[in-house]
Design a protein around this ligand. Structure first.
Ligand SMILES: Cc1cc2nc3c(=O)[nH]c(=O)nc-3n(C[C@H](O)[C@H](O)[C@H](O)COP(=O)(O)O)c2cc1C
Length: 405
């Protein structure tokens, strides 16, 4: 490793690369041995790719169709620029917030990501311990690879439970009641995958993976990669253990807004809708009693809209008019991304892949470092722009140029 590092340093300082800063960055980013060495979250992307089998990497990294929406989630941020204010006393910065009565140390939540033991043996429990030590919100997937009770115990505080609606309300009710009994305080019902998706790039990674998957999960696709969301459900997943999942869909194409009322009828948890992108749906969500909204396109893994989620925030916030919290996820990789979302009126943001990169490479320590890096970048953005608390990040804090750079 020492020789390799020296070689990379030599290459990075070569005049041949002087005009190609991105190439220099890419080289620098491939060389971390421990979580503490990471300088930005992209260092973990490189580290994760090195340790993960191709099929698992493909499951996590890819989007749908030609990855246009996945890319738009990053490119969307370039529409917005920061407007710094000077001569503000920024010697104290407060990034905390309260969400449904729970105090959080920063507005960065860990999004639901299924099957986390495919990335690290300690899976969702490692993420929970990191969320606990940093004081951040964790949202646990229905497709969790570790039982909700164990994850709540590891978090030592409230988490949210992400709900796939399933195609059978009795089973949905059981999932929700189990999550509530385990101590979850809110359920985020994911509505952006009514019936399937086209995951062709992921399939290519699976084909490139020649290992026998049967020793870890029952087939090469279904239980891990779950390309048939809206299709089959496996009862090898802890949330479905002991259930007859024959013919059960993880989601259902026939659901309408009545579902929210039905769901509220069987749980005391707050009901948050994950996967809205328009003002029309935001208004309907409030009308139907939703307690919160997560603006999301499933990390570019659902419908190929071509629209970055950051570009959807304004219209949702305008329709909601402050009545319920609005969270947004998709492509958040920098503290300035978080700053932009808050300036557009979001209450908090979610990250998916970045903490999974950290988890894959270094377990709990990787997730903690990802949270630290993003917190630190957000703090610097707040210091640099003269915002001392999240409330001081307002619509005057950014400008929308109207087009992506
Ligand atoms: C590997 C992977 C698995 C995911 N599993 C779920 C899931 O089970 N439920 C869900 O609502 N969203 C799921 N998501 C979407 C995330 O919750 C989140 O919306 C998305 O990852 C945010 O985008 P980002 O990865 O660019 O940060 C998954 C995302 C990834 C990358």
């Amino acid at each position: 490793m020492g020789n390799r590092r020296a070689f990379l340093r030599f290459i990075a300082s070569s005049p041949l690369l002087a005009g190609i800063p991105s190439a220099v960055n890419a080289l620098a980013q491939s060389d971390i041995d421990k979580a503490a060495d990471a300088l930005d979250v992209f260092d973990f992307e490189v580290a994760a790719k090195k340790v993960l089998p191709p099929a698992h990497w493909g499951y996590m990294a890819t989007g749908v169709d030609g990855e246009e929406t996945l890319n738009a989630n990053r490119e969307g941020f370039t529409r917005y620029q920061l407007r710094p204010r000077r001569f503000v006393d920024v010697s104290r910065i407060d990034m905390s917030l309260e969400l449904f009565g729970t105090k959080l140390n920063s507005p960065i939540a860990l999004c639901p990501v299924g099957s986390q033991r495919a990335f690290h043996n300690e899976g969702e429990v490692a993420a929970a311990r990191a969320a606990q030590s940093k004081g951040n919100l964790q949202i646990l997937s229905t497709q969790t690879s570790i039982a909700v009770e164990d994850v709540v115990r590891a978090r030592g505080g409230p988490i949210w439970y992400q709900l796939y609606t399933t195609s059978d309300f009795d089973i949905t009710t059981k999932l929700v009641k189990r999550a509530e009994a385990a101590g979850c305080t809110a359920t985020a019902v994911t509505v952006d995958l009514p019936a399937g998706r086209n995951t062709s790039t992921m399939m290519r990674f699976q084909r490139a993976d020649t290992r026998a998957c049967g020793s870890c999960h029952s087939d090469a696709t279904g239980n891990l990669a779950n390309p048939r969301v809206g299709g089959g459900v496996s009862n090898t997943k802890p949330m479905f253990a002991g259930m007859n999942t024959q013919g059960l869909g993880l989601t259902s194409p026939s659901l309408t807004w009545d579902f929210i009322k039905r769901l509220k009828g069987v749980t005391k948890m707050k009901v948050v809708i994950k996967g809205l992108e328009t003002r029309e749906d935001a208004a309907l969500a409030v009308e139907h009693g939703a307690d919160g909204i997560i603006v999301s396109n499933h990390g570019g893994r659902a419908t190929e809209t071509g629209r970055g989620t950051i570009e959807c925030v304004s219209e949702v916030v305008q329709a909601v008019r402050g009545r319920i919290p609005v969270i947004v996820d998709g492509g958040f990789r920098r503290g300035t991304d978080v700053y932009k979302a808050l300036a557009l009126g979001a209450t908090a943001v979610g990250i998916g892949r970045p903490y999974i990169w950290g988890l894959s490479a270094f377990g709990q320590a990787g997730v903690e470092r990802v949270i630290d890096i993003l917190n630190n970048e957000l703090r610097l953005a707040m210091v640099g722009c003269g915002a001392r608390s999240l409330k001081e990040i307002t619509s005057a804090s950014i400008i929308d140029t109207g087009r992506r750079a």
